[in-house]
Design a protein around this ligand. Structure first.
Ligand SMILES: [Zn+2]
Length: 311
């Protein structure tokens, strides 16, 4: 991780984080109008006016495929982007970013400074993940979906998109928390796993499956706001529940037998929110927990305490 300088910064740590990495060694100026800005950690010509760049972004952890990074812009930073897309900031300039299961090996954080002090880019290396990919000697199943399926599916997808559009960065502080497992159960399916059928890749598994008996109560893994609680089962997801944890981070819970919350409700970490079931396309009772940050699909396991396994 040549782009990082790892250092202890106890006074600046977010809660629960052991190490903070301050971006330092390899900042690059934006091309275009500000291309003449000197690169790297050198102070601007008027040091009293502009903040130093070398410690402007603090990241807690390492960028990796399917993973989440929390961080902080220090005083003097006013805007942040990831690969050109705006990243919401809290009033104290904290943020969360995440990397899709198939994120490329590099990403770019764009930092804008206050008072006309310019903007600069911070390259990030995104560590590859070792997804469970298996080749099987079988034909891919599923195939072309029927017109009847499409007719049912279209409004379902619309309602999911509408629910996600209702997410707001400041809806919840849940994104700052250490997540808990929604249910204590055996992991029967891992995020990112995929089968290749005689050379044709099937779609990868978009969440973690927890094999609990039907009727088992599951809880909110972190604080949030319910943005969708299906009143009738969806074709694939069954009784779908979507929770906005704030700052673009959200959870989806699939196949529930019953939901215990309604759209618009505020939920707290550990609060019962549903009962495990097998509604929708499920071969048996289990809880499928999927997570997204904006459009990036992420592995929920990266957000829960590794020392607290669900079995
Ligand atoms: Zn699943």
């Amino acid at each position: 991780m040549a782009a990082f300088v790892l250092r202890s910064a106890p006074a600046l740590l977010l809660s629960g984080m052991a190490l903070a990495s301050c971006v330092a060694a390899s900042t690059t100026p934006r091309t275009g109008a500000r291309a003449s800005t000197p690169p790297g950690p050198a102070l601007p010509m008027s040091p009293s006016a502009c903040p130093p760049r070398d410690t402007m972004v603090r990241l807690d952890g390492v960028a990796r495929q399917g993973g989440v990074l929390r961080g902080q812009l220090l005083r003097g930073g006013v805007a942040l982007s990831l690969d050109g897309r705006a990243v919401p900031l809290t009033a104290d300039r904290a943020f969360v970013i995440a990397f899709d299961r198939d994120a490329p090996a590099t990403a770019t954080l764009g930092v804008t400074l206050e008072r006309g002090c310019g903007a600069f880019d911070v390259p990030l290396s995104v560590a590859p993940a070792n997804w469970d990919i298996q080749s099987v000697n079988a034909s891919i199943t599923g195939g072309v979906s029927s017109a009847e399926f499409q007719a049912r599916r279209a409004p379902e997808l619309e309602s999911i998109a509408a629910a996600r559009a209702r997410m707001t960065p400041g809806s919840s502080e849940g994104w700052r928390q250490a997540f808990v497992w929604p249910v204590v159960a055996r992991i029967s399916g891992r995020f990112g796993s995929q089968r290749i059928y005689r050379g044709t890749p099937g779609s990868y598994h978009s969440g973690v499956d927890l094999a609990a008996p039907a009727g088992t109560i599951y809880v909110a893994p972190a604080d949030g706001v319910v943005i969708l609680a299906a009143s009738t089962p969806y074709t694939l997801e069954g009784n779908l529940l979507l929770i906005d944890h704030g700052m673009g981070l959200n959870s989806a819970f699939l196949h529930s037998q019953r939901l215990l919350v309604k759209a618009g409700e505020v939920v707290r970490r550990g609060q019962p929110i549903g009962m495990v079931g097998a509604t929708g396309r499920a071969t048996g009772p289990h809880l499928h927990w999927g997570m997204k940050w904006q459009d990036a699909r992420i592995d929920p396991i990266t957000l829960v305490d590794a020392a607290d396994p669900p079995r």
